[in-house]
Ligand binder design. Structure first.
Ligand code: RP5
Length: 167
């Protein structure tokens, strides 16, 4: 039997291996929802040519959404967005020096014309980037839409079934 690898629909990229601790949460949620994705370190500063190549080739390889995490002077999401028409969701990684405020402002403050959808700093942003990417893909994917609805129903049930915070 031939096993055919499912081509990735979401690209999860990050500026450094050190971002993985945060970005693994995006990959985990995509896996939970059954969204085929790839994970790669692409640094705007250390590997600018790779960044350009990744952005240039993404559409042709079938990538539909890019999630990009970076910290500090976080150029990666904005530069990717400048080079591809794909939706780019930026995750500000919590930096040591400024607690991620630098990352947040670097990613959020894009000049008009090149949008980056900016999420919260850290784990919440990584999780929500995955959920937002899934929501975009679910517009034309009924199976994924059902998976997303089931995830949300389950999340609601968890809260309603455990109302006492001490228990
Ligand atoms: C950014 O610099 C990366 O996204 C990372 O958050 C930060 C620090 O990178 P390392 O020095 O840990 O590789 O480009």
């Amino acid at each position: 039997m031939t096993i055919t690898a499912v081509p990735p629909r979401v690209g999860v990229v990050m500026g450094s291996r050190s971002d993985w601790e945060t970005m693994q949460h995006a990959a985990d949620y995509l896996t939970q929802l059954g969204v085929p994705h790839e994970v790669q370190v692409v640094s705007a500063h250390r590997t600018p040519d790779l960044l350009f190549r990744y952005a240039d080739e993404a559409v042709g390889r079938g990538i539909q959404v890019i999630i990009a995490g970076a910290g500090g002077a976080a150029h990666l999401p904005g530069m990717l967005a400048a080079k591809t028409r794909l939706p780019v969701f930026g995750v500000p990684v919590q930096s040591k020096a400024l607690n991620g405020m630098d990352s947040l402002l670097s990613i959020a403050q894009m000049p008009a014309g090149i949008p980056v959808g900016t999420l919260a700093i850290g784990r919440a942003g990584a999780v929500n980037a995955a959920l937002l990417a899934a929501a975009v893909l679910a517009l034309h994917d009924p199976e994924l839409a059902r998976a997303l609805e089931a995830f949300r129903d389950n999340q609601t049930r968890q809260v309603l079934n455990h109302p006492d915070p001490r228990a």
